[in-house]
Write a protein that binds this ligand. Structure first.
Ligand SMILES: C[S@@+](CC[C@H](N)C(=O)[O-])C[C@H]1O[C@@H](n2cnc3c(N)ncnc32)[C@H](O)[C@@H]1O
Length: 387
């Protein structure tokens, strides 16, 4: 007989989950004009709009009367899917400021709680450009830093060692494209498309199934790593219930992208077969889907779910939006088609995108960004093995 805790431990400590596979699910490194560092204002604005909520909720839910700290009084925070900065620094410094405020306001009541030291773990996939991240670390920082390479779809930390987890605009990345979608002959084969947007129900269900599996693994892993009462902030892209991806600017972007790939195939620059088997590993949940997955997992209380603004709506610009897309998916394009077509692809894409007034129209901006604040429930006692 295994307890619930033991079951999730063995599932997540599966050997395969600890292999640090190399893959192209990472942003463009460095700080050149095409880099993620120079093209992540959208993601930055989401963090800005979450700033006050984080202060309010840390103040309310960080339990200083029962702090589960180690004897050195170190507060440990991990940013999952940190990329290469500078957004990660912004997010972490906001979290630290909120925690310090909470300690300071509590000191009159309880002077026995000195402000802790902070240790920050920056996590991303092994091929992430950690060098740029570390080179650009703020020099005046008041925290200690370590990099943690590997997929957040699995365990990355020892049990009960983190106090706070943060993950922004990263959870829409699936651990892989669902197999059936790229398989010729399967009912979910996604020929002629590169995403579930505008595709048949089987394709959408294959993506949704992969997302369910990935979120369960993510929540189980974080549930193991966080101390009881530990806090977690998720910022993620989704669609309100009933809104279709295909009716949105994201769906429109994918339609333009596939038309550009098809043109390159028609010119003989890439193979049609490669276009047919290319699919983007992104899934955008609805709030009720997300809530259902967190509740079914059962390890966290949902303290707050809120909508954040959609930053690019304010000032859409074809060049800026194309550069954002390129910074995020260039690795995937290179992996599938080689690096020879990247420049040409994004030149054609920009031209076509700029001529699609519908995409710059307010009515297409239907994606919604969600803020979720979670608190780790007390863990279940681990059952003694039956003799
Ligand atoms: C759009 S960026 C967001 C970066 C940063 N959090 C921000 O707000 O600007 C998404 C990041 O998630 C990372 N990522 C995707 N899948 C991942 C996984 N399974 N494990 C760890 N990181 C992952 C990507 O490499 C990328 O750096």
């Amino acid at each position: 007989m295994f307890s619930h805790e033991q079951r999730i431990y063995s599932k997540n400590m599966d050997e395969s989950k600890l292999k640090e596979g190399s893959c192209k699910y990472h942003m463009i490194g460095g700080d050149g004009p095409n880099s993620y560092a120079q093209n992540s204002e959208y993601q930055k604005q989401l963090l800005v709009s979450a700033e006050e909520l984080i202060h309010e909720l840390i103040d309310k839910h960080l339990d200083l009367e029962n702090p589960p700290f180690d004897p050195q009084n170190t507060f440990k925070i991990a940013d999952f899917g940190c990329s290469i900065g500078p957004n990660a620094f912004f997010a972490i410094e906001n979290i630290i400021a909120a925690i310090v405020n909470k300690y300071k306001s509590n000191q009159n009541k309880n002077p026995n709680h000195p402000i802790p030291e902070f240790q920050i773990f920056f996590n991303d996939l092994v091929d992430n450009d950690f060098n740029t991240l570390f080179t650009n670390l703020p020099t005046a920082r008041k925290y200690f830093v370590a990099g943690v390479p590997g997929s957040f779809h699995g365990r990355l930390f020892p049990k009960s060692t983190l106090h706070f987890a943060h993950c922004s605009t990263a959870l829409h990345w699936l651990s892989r494209v669902p197999e059936a979608v790229a398989k010729r002959g399967s009912t979910a084969w996604n020929k002629g498309k590169i995403h579930y947007s505008g595709a048949g129900e089987e394709v959408k269900e294959a993506y949704a199934g992969q997302y369910r599996e990935d979120m369960e693994v993510f929540l189980n892993a974080r549930g193991e790593e966080l101390v009881d009462g530990g806090l977690m902030v998720l910022v993620l892209i989704g669609f309100r219930d009933g809104v279709l991806c295909s009716d949105s600017s994201i769906g429109g972007v994918f339609d333009i992208l596939i038309s550009c790939l098809q043109d390159l195939a028609n010119m003989g620059k890439i193979s049609e077969e490669k276009v047919d088997s290319f699919n983007l590993p992104f899934y955008y949940p609805s709030p009720s889907e997300l809530k259902g997955l967190i509740e079914a997992n059962g390890l966290f209380n949902i303290e707050r779910m809120a909508e954040l603004g959609a930053p690019m709506r304010r000032n859409p610009d074809a060049q800026v939006l194309t550069s954002h897309l390129r910074a995020v998916i260039e690795g995937l394009i290179e992996e599938q088609f080689g690096d020879g077509i990247v420049e040409e692809l994004f030149t054609i894409y920009l031209d076509r995108f700029a001529k699609s007034p519908a995409l710059l129209d307010d009515r297409c901006w239907k994606e919604t960004n969600y803020f979720v604040f979670l608190k780790r429930k007390p863990s279940f006692p681990i059952a003694e093995p039956l003799l």
